[in-house]
Design a protein around this ligand. Structure first.
Ligand SMILES: [Zn+2]
Length: 86
């Protein structure tokens, strides 16, 4: 199993809960994040995506393509976005 997008993410993304959400910056002053796998850009304006899957701590973003490609390998649990603050 080799894919150019895999760089050891299982160390921090294996088996975690993911939530589908509209992009919002992790903290003030950040205007974009990158997909944890393919490195495409999430941004409110001017990115490749405006929504995607996030980890519970809202730190890691995963685009839908990578989610579909890797969900079998990473055993993600997809939850409802509770809308609670980060
Ligand atoms: Zn991706």
């Amino acid at each position: 199993m080799s894919d150019w997008r895999l760089r050891g993410q299982e160390r921090y993304l294996k088996g975690v809960a993911l939530f589908w959400a509209a992009y919002s910056p992790y903290r003030e002053g950040w205007d974009h994040n990158h997909c944890s796998f393919c490195w495409r850009k999430f941004a409110v304006h001017g990115g490749d995506f405006t929504e995607g899957y996030i980890t519970e701590d809202r730190y890691y973003w995963i685009c839908k393509d990578c989610f579909l490609d890797f969900q079998g390998k990473f055993d993600w649990a997809v939850g409802e976005d509770t809308g609670r603050p980060a």
